[in-house]
Design a protein around this ligand. Structure first.
Ligand SMILES: C[S@@+](CC[C@H](N)C(=O)[O-])C[C@H]1O[C@@H](n2cnc3c(N)ncnc32)[C@H](O)[C@@H]1O
Length: 252
């Protein structure tokens, strides 16, 4: 546990709850308790977060194969084991979030990792990204792999469209977007209304692929399409219920 985490009040935090589900060490007893209580109605929930992280791993590898070696994570939460800088050692990675606790603990976790930093950025307004930090870690003139997971589920359609459009305008040509969306299964999830994924207390927004494609606007979805994160570029039976969809898209 980092010093920053130890100083925090015993209030469960989304990023650290997900860290608990993923078997990490960056969480407090209050987070572990909340994690257990939260998934009591559906013990499959921690598995959903494993599949999301595995999707991100496969997706950033696909992006790296296109020659992209720098990544910006928006709404990064806690940089749990298996995160982008571990999957792509040597890549420059800037993690960002709006949550001060995540920024503080993430910065401590990454303090000794060269080329990897954690700072503030509101994903809905990339003008909030600290330019000095940006320039230190990433080259804004070269293609960037942008990862946005666990965020759109809390935004309504207008906000998602605006956010993805804002990221498109900000990104250099040849950049890639790795993004997920809450799937239809969330609609019937008994704990959805109190879901820790939605720290601000906003309602969740479950969506199917036909609702997701229009939200991507000018982003060009790769031939893998929008699919359940479980089976995106991973052969296997389709899940009977979809908690999360994901895709990779690029800016031509
Ligand atoms: C469910 S967690 C997802 C964490 C991580 N991306 C993952 O997929 O496991 C959502 C994170 O997004 C952050 N967040 C919510 N709204 C945001 C915004 N407008 N800009 C940046 N981060 C945001 C929260 O603070 C939280 O850390």
């Amino acid at each position: 546990m980092t010093d920053a985490m130890a100083q925090q009040a015993q209030v469960p935090d989304t990023g650290r709850i997900i860290d608990h589900w993923r078997g990490g060490a960056q969480h407090l007893p209050a987070d572990a308790e909340a994690a257990k209580a939260f998934c009591a109605p559906d013990p499959g929930l921690p598995h959903v977060h494993h599949t999301l992280q595995e999707f991100v791993g496969r997706a950033v590898q696909v992006v790296a194969e296109q020659g992209v070696n720098q990544f910006l994570l928006l709404g990064a939460g806690t940089p749990t084991p298996g995160n982008v800088h571990e999957i792509l050692p040597g890549a420059r990675v800037l993690y960002t979030d709006i949550d001060a606790a995540n920024i503080a603990s993430g910065s401590e976790i990454l303090a000794t990792t060269p080329g990897v930093e954690y700072t503030y950025c509101d994903a809905t307004d990339l003008a909030t990204l600290d330019q000095e930090m940006m320039d230190r870690v990433l080259d804004p003139t070269a293609p960037i792999g942008i990862v946005l997971t666990g965020v759109t589920v809390s935004l309504d359609d207008d906000a998602v469209h605006r956010t993805l459009s804002g990221i498109f305008d900000w990104a250099s040509r040849g950049s890639y977007l790795v993004v997920d969306f809450g799937g239809e299964a969330l609609a019937s999830f008994p704990a959805s209304k109190e879901m820790v994924l939605d720290q601000a207390g906003n309602p969740l927004h479950p969506r199917g692929p036909h609702q997701i494609y229009p939200l991507l606007g000018r982003w060009q979805v790769t031939s893998d399409g929008v699919g359940p994160v479980d089976t995106w570029r991973k052969p296997g039976p389709q899940p009977d219920k979809v908690f999360m969809y994901g895709c990779v898209a690029y800016k031509p």
